[in-house]
Every structure is written in C-alpha cells, then in structure tokens.
Design a protein around this ligand. Structure first.
Ligand code: IPE
Ligand code: IPE
Ligand code: MG
Length: 247
C-alpha cells in the first residue's frame, strides 16, 4: 500500500523544504562522473514537484546550489549551470500546465548571464499560476541572506524609512528573500547527512527535520509521502508542554 493513503489531508505541511543531496555519491556508486548524478537528480525534481502539486502542498523549496558550491571543481560548476539553463527552458510548459509558479532565492547576481535570463523569463511566464509555489534556492546560503537583510535594514534606517526601535521579528522576516513565503513546517534532507549546510537557518526555527539515507536521484513521490506521514506523527509543541498542545 502506498504511504499516500495514510496521509491526513487536513494536516498537510503548507511548506516543505528539501536539501537535495547525494547526486555525486549516486553517480560514483555507478562508476560514473558526478554530472551523471546531477542529470538524474533532475528526474527526482520533476517527480517531487509533481507529487507535491498533486497533494496540494502550497510551497516547495528546493536547495539546488549553495553559495559554497561555487568552490567545487570548475567543470562540475559549469555542468550544473548548463543543466540549470537547459532544465528551466524545457520545464516552463509543464510548470504552466500544472499551475506552478516559479520563484528563486539566493545571490543570483553570481549566476551566468544566460541562466539569469532563462530564470527571469520562467519567473515571468509562470507568475499568474496559483497552484504550487516552487522556490528554487540557487547560489543561496542562509548567512548570505541574513547579512543581506541586515544591510537592507541598515539602509532603510539610514534613509529614515524605518526606525530602529520599531524593528521586530516580523520586520526582519520581511527583509529575507523568503519574505512572501511562510516558514517550512517540514525540512527533508536526503543522502544520510545530518546537517543543515547553510539552508534557511532563520526560517527552520520550528521545522520538523526528516533525514533519509536515500540518495537524491533515487528519491521519488513515495519517499515524499513517507516523510509527510512521519511529519504527521510528530507533536509540534513550540515550547509549550505536551498537555497544552493537546487541548
Ligand atoms: C547535491 O548532490 C547537489 C548539489 C549540491 C549541487 P551532491 O553533488 O552534493 O552529491 P554528494 O553529496 O557529493 O553525493
Ligand atoms: C547542500 O549540499 C547544498 C545542496 C544540496 C544544494 P552539499 O553537498 O553542498 O553540503 P555539504 O557540503 O555536504 O554540507
Ligand atoms: Mg552533497
């Protein structure tokens, strides 16, 4: 039986964030080049985006490339960028067919010109879609994002648009790249690594974390359902006692 039948429709996370990890090891296990793993990782992206949309998940954030990933061998970075451009170009009709709106978070100024152009077009062509919001974290790192928010807030104070005494958690949230998205309730990381790797440090404050040994190119809808079922078994207390939240 599919884990999908066990999912309670009334208790779905609104926002799921995924660290898609393990492409390189998947390829190495098969005696192939790391890029072969990234290529197959795209298949998983397609399947998971479709699965999330079918379930009625509202936001799906996928960590595709970190700020630190720029330090990988030049050939791997170039291959990943090419794959990115190619995939976006090909996927826009499917995104539109499935009513999916694309967003990007990260320091996109570092991306190659053609990737920036392809992304801008895809964002604009999907902007009226009202189903799943697909957020791609590209050239993203949480420390970059937080420092960037601090700079923006400092400028707003300097320009007299904001008073420092009025800065609240909600103000801060508005200066993050995720300003228009709710915080993820569920964060999944594949490939058996138990770390956050500079992903949504602020936004994951109360997320339920789910780790699986499955490598990203093997991760499919059924694995997503299992993660959601696991999430639904958790008691989310937000600092309160178990008795308080059961009321
Ligand atoms: C995740 O897979 C994809 C990116 C970080 C771009 P990896 O490339 O990190 O694969 P492993 O962790 O080396 O197996
Ligand atoms: C995190 O994976 C970044 C992405 C999945 C895009 P990494 O493979 O870069 O993380 P570390 O280096 O193992 O922490
Ligand atoms: Mg990795």
């Amino acid at each position: 039986m599919s884990a999908r039948n066990t999912i309670q429709a009334e208790n779905l996370p609104k926002h799921i964030a995924i660290i898609m990890d393990g492409n390189g090891r998947w390829a190495t296990e098969k005696g192939q080049d790391r890029l072969f793993g990234h290529l197959h990782g795209v298949e998983s992206v397609r399947d998971i985006v479709e699965g999330a949309a079918e379930l009625g998940i509202q936001y799906l954030t996928l960590y595709a490339f970190s700020t630190e990933n720029w330090d990988r061998p030049e050939q791997e970075v170039a291959g990943l960028m090419e794959l990115l451009v190619d995939t976006i170009r090909k996927e826009v009709p499917t995104l539109n067919k499935n009513n999916i709106r694309l967003h990007v978070i990260g320091d996109t100024s570092l991306l190659p010109v053609n990737a920036k152009k392809e992304l801008a077009e895809a964002i604009s062509e999907t902007k009226d879609n009202e189903g799943l919001n697909l957020v791609m974290a590209l050239s993203y790192s949480s420390r970059w994002e937080i420092v960037n928010a601090v700079k923006l807030i400092a400028s707003a104070v300097e320009e007299g648009k904001l008073e420092s005494k009025n800065i609240t958690q909600s103000t801060f949230q508005q200066y993050l790249t995720t300003a228009s998205f709710p915080d993820p309730e569920l964060m999944i990381r594949t490939s058996g690594e138990y770390r956050i790797s500079n992903f949504l440090l602020y936004q994951l404050a109360y997320a339920e974390l789910y780790f699986t040994n499955t490598l990203w190119p093997d991760f499919r809808k059924e694995n997503l359902y299992e993660a959601i079922v696991d999430y639904q078994l958790r008691e989310r207390r937000f600092g309160k006692t178990g008795a308080q939240v059961k009321k």
